[in-house]
Ligand binder design. Structure first.
Ligand code: NDP
Length: 320
């Protein structure tokens, strides 16, 4: 499998397992199935509410002796209610405890938005902290401190527009090594890819299959299906592959990491087997035409009068 190489030589396997919306009882099994079938990259986050179950899977697999902790790339993310500088390391330590790990390979600031420490999910403007109350540079400096303390090997961000990245780069001497964002044929984000490549920031593609299992309240009416797209399905048929495999391979071939979520044994295996599919130039040309700047995860739930954003993504390919 392709890997993404970091400055210090560490290599992140391009394809990982996503775990958002995976229930506690199913995620433990899913992670074990993934690791026992060749996955070496798992994407987690405190807010997914299942890190303790994933930790049980890690403990069983790593104590089983066949797969060592060092062979697996494990990412997690700082939730928006722990941006204040005194809250970053305690939140990370809780994640390490839940995951039953001594260190993470990658820790990300999940969103460029801060909530008050006792707020899990904001309902009112007053649930947010302003940029003055929780400057992103202070959160970022604590991420760097976590790296210095050996709690994480690499640090980065998620859902950062090129404008927000630019602002952060102006203030720090140590750039994020990763930006995890939504990327798929309907949201190709070529400008962001170019910006990140210029600044040596890797990208991870989230919701690569169209995030079909989001709760209804998070879905737009009549949102388009990626897995049922006729162009994707024609290319899949041509290669004797599934639509999911084409979408995953497309991300991998663009040089990004990609983290499809599944709790189904067959689909977990199928998604990793996309490494065996090869897309040609004509496939890429066809898929390029599908870009419609469509976001499944709009971040609209974080836009209130209490922060200064009209949209979280600062018009980086934004279409409401
Ligand atoms: P995905 O695009 O990965 O889609 C997941 C859905 O696709 C599930 O319904 C899954 O069902 C189904 N599925 C999986 N494989 C296949 C297949 N081969 N064929 C058909 N259907 C399939 O959605 P996510 O939004 O979960 O994104 C992936 C991961 O990215 C997340 O789990 C999370 O780790 C990360 N993420 C990060 C965000 C961030 O803010 N940083 C935001 C969103 C996601 P089933 O499980 O039944 O197979």
């Amino acid at each position: 499998m392709k890997t993404l190489e970091f400055k210090n030589g560490d290599k992140m396997p391009a394809i990982g397992l996503g775990t958002w919306k995976s229930g506690k009882d199913e995620v433990k099994e899913a992670v074990k199935i993934a690791l026992n079938n060749g996955y070496r990259h798992i994407d987690c986050a405190a807010t997914y509410g299942n890190e303790d179950a994933i930790g049980e899977a890690f403990s069983e697999v790593f104590n089983g002796g066949k797969i060592k902790r060092e062979e697996v790339w494990i990412t997690s993310k700082l939730w928006n209610n722990a941006h204040k500088k005194e809250d970053v390391i305690p939140a990370l330590k809780q994640t390490l405890k839940d995951l039953q790990l001594d260190y993470l390979d990658l820790y990300l600031i999940h969103w460029p938005v801060a909530f008050k420490p006792d707020v899990d999910f904001p309902e009112k403007d007053k649930d947010y902290l302003s940029l003055e109350e929780a400057p992103i540079i202070e959160t970022w400096n604590m991420m760097l401190e976590a790296k210095k303390q050996g709690l994480v090997k690499h640090v980065g961000v998620s859902n950062f527009s090129s404008m927000k990245l630019e602002e952060l780069l102006e203030e720090t001497s140590e750039n994020p090594e990763m930006n995890q964002v939504e990327l798929h044929p309907y949201l190709q984000q070529n400008d962001l890819l170019e910006f990140c490549s210029r600044h040596n920031i890797h990208l991870t593609a989230y919701s690569p299959l169209g995030s079909g299992d989001r709760p209804d309240g998070m879905k737009a009416k009549d949102e388009p299906s990626l897995l049922e797209n006729p162009v994707i399905n024609r290319i899949a048929k041509k290669h004797g592959a599934s639509a999911g495999q084409i979408l995953i391979k497309w991300s991998e071939m663009r040089g990004t990491s990609v983290i499809p979520k599944s709790t189904n044994e067959n689909r977990i295996k199928e998604n990793l087997e996309s490494t065996g599919v090869n897309l040609d130039e004509s496939d890429f040309k066809e898929i390029a035409k599908l870009d419609s700047h469509f976001r499944y995860v709009t971040g609209e739930f974080f836009v209130t009068k209490g922060n200064s954003y009209e949209n979280i993504f600062d018009d980086d390919d934004y279409k409401a």
